[in-house]
Design a protein around this ligand. Sequence first.
Ligand code: ADP
Ligand code: ASP
Ligand code: MG
Length: 402
Amino acid sequence: MALIVKKFGGSSVADANKLFNVARIVTEDYKKGNDVVVVVSAQGDTTDDLIAKAKEINPDNPSKREMDMLLASGEQISIALLAMAIEKLGCPAVSLLGWQAGFSTDSKHSLARIKNVNSERIRAELDKRNIVVVAGFQGLNKYDDITTLGRGGSDTSAVAIASSMHADLCQIYTDVDGVYTADPRKVVGAKKMNEITYDEMLELATLGAQVLNNRSVEMAKKYAVELEVLSSLENKPGTIVKEAVNMEKMLVKGVACDKDILLVSIIGLKDTPGIAFKVFNQLSRKNVNVDIILQSVGRDGTKDITFTVPKTQQADVEEALSIIKEKVDYEDMVINDKTGKLSIVGAGMETHPGVASKMFEALADVGINIHMIATSEIKISVIIDVEDCQKGMQAVHDKFIG
Ligand code: ADP
Ligand code: ASP
Ligand code: MG
């Protein structure tokens, strides 16, 4: 007998047929004598629809606490419906909200981090031979307020349960049959991988491959939870995410693109010590994740700083920038929301000269202009115009993976 955690994303639970499909998958494992915990997301586009509803009331900046209260309701619907579908198939099930399942988080509403999962209640329900259906994406902070974990956060909920309960298996079911070398819906010729390392998957997820939430991969690596990403519609093996994989010849493992970024430029900053600190300290106070940073050489005692931030944090970025405006001397501040970040990922890139130039050649061949470049031992990212992202992804994928 094993303890199995299975997570199903929004498209896998979108309607009654899909819910029964999920119920069949989980009851099959249950009937073999296994303990089964199922984590689900909100149905279909529910989360987006709820966000749209909030914007009808307050288009600019609704309270994050109330946003979390609202968005958590999506998962409440899907857990109850799935538990009913399982019961209809003749197996006992119980649905639990995040707090009932023991999820404590910090208080960063809309992007909370899990502090602990007290799995006593889940354990007790399993011991009663229930299939336990848990609402993903949500928890409770120390003030007993509902929090959410950020978009795609149900993946992290599943990994957190698997690690706290030492599950034998953690399976992430979705609408594709595994992790591909690029988004198979966008890039022709994308190839499914049988295995990928935590580090490579973490980079791909962070750089825009939404198939797994990056925090879920971070947590899986930390607690050595082996993950399988697989299809909820086709019964076949998916992709295993783990520490080390059989070495494949391929150096570049994947291509990802993130269109949800803002490129912020602060132009004509006075060139004195402490300027960069003043700028980035304000952003860090708002918990903004700053990515690529470029500082110009400078002229006439001034310099420019340009950096990228997630579009989802636009309100926090704007608040930070308004404080920065009061604290530093500068000429102009520009926010460009029409760029994207295109990246290649693969371990050992720093020891293979020529990878960067091959990537730039692929982009040059299709006439794409690069605005910024950042490299690390496991990735190369470029900032390009958002309308070039699709073409760029295909060209770079063709060049390295074919
Ligand atoms: P879920 O609702 O199940 O959480 P998501 O929409 O969050 O599903 O993630 C699955 C989607 O991720 C796929 O439909 C696919 O278009 C996209 N995707 C992006 N990059 C990749 C990749 N490298 N491999 C597989 N899927 C990817
Ligand atoms: N329902 C949430 C979202 O759409 C969480 C998730 O799907 O993982 O982002
Ligand atoms: Mg997802």
